[in-house]
Write a protein that binds this ligand. Structure first.
Ligand code: SAM
Length: 353
């Protein structure tokens, strides 16, 4: 077969690939920058490599200089070649330094590393069709996941997601019982507990190390009087009578989301609501071929689908299931109404009753 190569198209495509590969190769250096406090040190003001190495606690200058030039080439830091000094713009600080900014991306780099670490296990699944247990993916997928989602939760749960539900905010202010199912390391549970001191919260997750972390976070924040964390699969949660059940970015990871929906219905009090936060996605694959869908499809291949296929039923919804499919599953679990109450660039929020 001989095809005519359009040189212009080839040039443009290879240019795109170079940018993408540059991004991929930035993962280890950016992670080193987060861990060694180099971005934080640069946020104190413009610095030469020597000053930066000193500010970061006495690192080796030769490494710091190469790192800083790499970040300048990445476009992650600014470089004044005349003065031979590096700096962070306010926008770069939001991504690399400010932990509570909605676009703080340390967790995204951790996720990328966890995905690479789990590569051989997922590759094997392509052959045998099985899954990878949530706790077996990589050293710390669960901490990476917590860190990845935290900025979105800090900026949205209390400010816009809960207020978008019908009558729920008033119940939480007055004092309600809440179950946060698939809570991971518990950031979502603790944010709600901080905001609604009259309410009582139980976070459930089937992954024991996540629950241990969540308990530590609760006690570090002095919240253990109103928050409990328990190890349980979603379908086996023993307690009920919850006014609100929340699921943050986890329904699609479950093996039997329909069965989970049926159990959520059982554990809700009469008149209770289920808030389902899921990755934003359109209903057709074509709708998701965009930068956000790209992140999610890659993460879904490496994390979400294997996690679901490891469990009973193995529905394997994937992170881009879309509202129509998710709503259908929730209805099949016995809910009468499902509606999208709000959305952001990365998530949609469904309310089931
Ligand atoms: C992508 S993580 C999200 C964690 C947390 N909600 C967050 O947003 O940071 C998915 C979570 O679902 C949990 N999970 C998956 N299947 C589960 C099941 N069947 N029952 C309980 N938890 C489950 C995993 O242990 C993991 O903590």
């Amino acid at each position: 077969m001989s095809a005519t190569i359009d040189q212009e198209k080839l040039h443009a495509f290879v240019g795109k690939m170079l940018g993408d590969l540059g991004g991929a190769l930035s993962v280890p250096t950016a992670r080193i920058g987060f861990r060694l406090g180099l971005f934080d040190a640069l946020a104190q003001g413009p610095a030469s490599a020597e000053e930066l190495a000193t500010r970061a606690g006495g690192l080796h200058v030769r490494y710091v200089r190469e790192w800083a030039l790499a970040q300048a080439a990445n476009g992650f830091v600014d470089f004044d070649a005349g003065a031979d000094r590096f700096a962070l713009s306010p926008e770069q600080e939001m991504v690399f330094v400010n932990r509570d900014s909605p676009v703080y991306l340390a967790g995204a780099f951790e996720m990328a590393a966890a995905m690479i670490e789990a590569e051989p296990k997922v590759e094997e699944c392509f052959r045998n069709g099985r899954g990878v247990r949530w706790g077996d993916h990589a050293g710390c997928l669960f901490c990476a996941t917590g860190a990845f989602f935290r900025p979105g939760y800090v900026n949205n749960i209390v400010q816009s997601w809960i207020p978008a539900l019908d009558g729920v905010e008033a119940k939480l202010k007055a004092g309600a019982r809440v179950a946060d199912v698939g809570c991971g390391v518990g950031f979502s549970t603790l944010l709600m507990a901080q905001a609604y001191p009259e309410s009582r919260f139980t976070g459930y997750d089937f992954h024991e190390p996540s629950i241990e972390d969540a308990r530590r976070h609760a006690s570090d924040h002095g919240l253990d009087d109103r928050v409990r964390f328990e190890v349980s699969t979603a379908k086996e949660i023993p307690e009920g009578n919850y006014d609100l059940v929340t699921m943050y970015d986890c329904l699609h990871d479950m093996g039997d989301p329909r069965g989970c929906a049926a159990h959520m219905r059982r554990i809700l009090a009469p008149g209770g609501s289920w808030m389902i936060v899921e990755p934003i996605a359109g209903d057709s694959a074509q709708d998701n071929l965009n930068p956000v869908g790209r992140l999610y499809y890659n993460a879904s291949t490496m994390i979400c689908v294997p996690t679901s296929l490891d469990q009973e039923v193995g529905e394997g919804l994937g992170a881009q299931a879309g509202e129509a499919r998710l709503s259908q599953i929730v209805r099949e679990g016995g809910f009468i109404s499902v509606r999208r109450v709000t959305e952001g660039p990365f998530n949609m929020v469904l309310e089931a009753r």
